[in-house]
Design a protein around this ligand. Sequence first.
Ligand code: SF4
Length: 329
Amino acid sequence: MINFEYIRAASAKGAIDARTKNAASQFIAGGTNLVDLMKKGVTTPQRLIDINGLPLNTITHDAKGLTIGALVPNSAAADHELVKTKFPLLSMALNAGASAQLRNMATVGGNIMQRTRCSYFYDTTMPCNKRQPGSGCGAKDGYNRMHAIFGASDKCIAVHPSDMCVALAALNATVLVSGSKGDKKIPFADFHRLPGSTPELDNNLQPGELITGVHLPANNFNKYYYLKIRDRLSYAFALVSVAVALEVKDGVIKSAAMAMGGVAHKPWRLKEAEERLVSLAANKETIGQPLESIATAAMQGANTYAHNGYKVKLGKAAIREAVTRALFS
Ligand code: SF4
């Protein structure tokens, strides 16, 4: 057993101070990922700073949008009336994640911070640049069925595992952060990183910074779908997922937002596809051909490995299906 210290933070400032003073410490909330990582020896914090006592568990709404505290459990966020009515895409994505028990424990902030589920990352007998920089990447020449087809590097081909984050990326959310230098807001697209030459860094949080919540700006979307393709119906990570939000008025798509999960080290925004969806008639009879072309283009540039080539075809089909379900189901 590897010993660690445990303290409870009484305030956000106290948590940030404690974290800043001890580089080997980590915040813990629901612990649904961190405790697994500690049990397997992937992460060995010297001290855990429990932030569950902080007042970060409210959901509020105003004309500018919705703010969800970092400590709101995933299940509470998914079931909250404001989320279900104002941002149903987020509710769908949250309910697609993990299992009911895990959603009850996992927090919104923790979901954003969860680490890749690459099996080589979790196996300390295998090389992994994310776990141990410079040791190599076991997945690149290993079994890489779950791995990235976009944005990978020769150092790491892992994917980000979250469903919630795919919806937040599509909905232009902002991550609210506090640190020793004050508060700041990080656009969701800039929060998670591609692996590049530093795959050990999952995101752009600085040491000691604490996620306090997420903000979703108000929008005009009125059609949504979160499609998750996985090996079984529950408690499985996405092979590929697609979050779609559309504004349809007078039978025409006026605006669109779309992101994919299971394909990259961060939620993968489909900007070109969004632009091409705008002005299309929301018509079952006519949208098939343009949608096929948009989905094909969206998967161009994919870089596959020995076992994940299927994701290109699956991704294309998932984009078509998600947009179709958003429009007509
Ligand atoms: Fe490690 Fe990334 Fe390679 Fe997986 S894909 S073994 S996380 S370096």
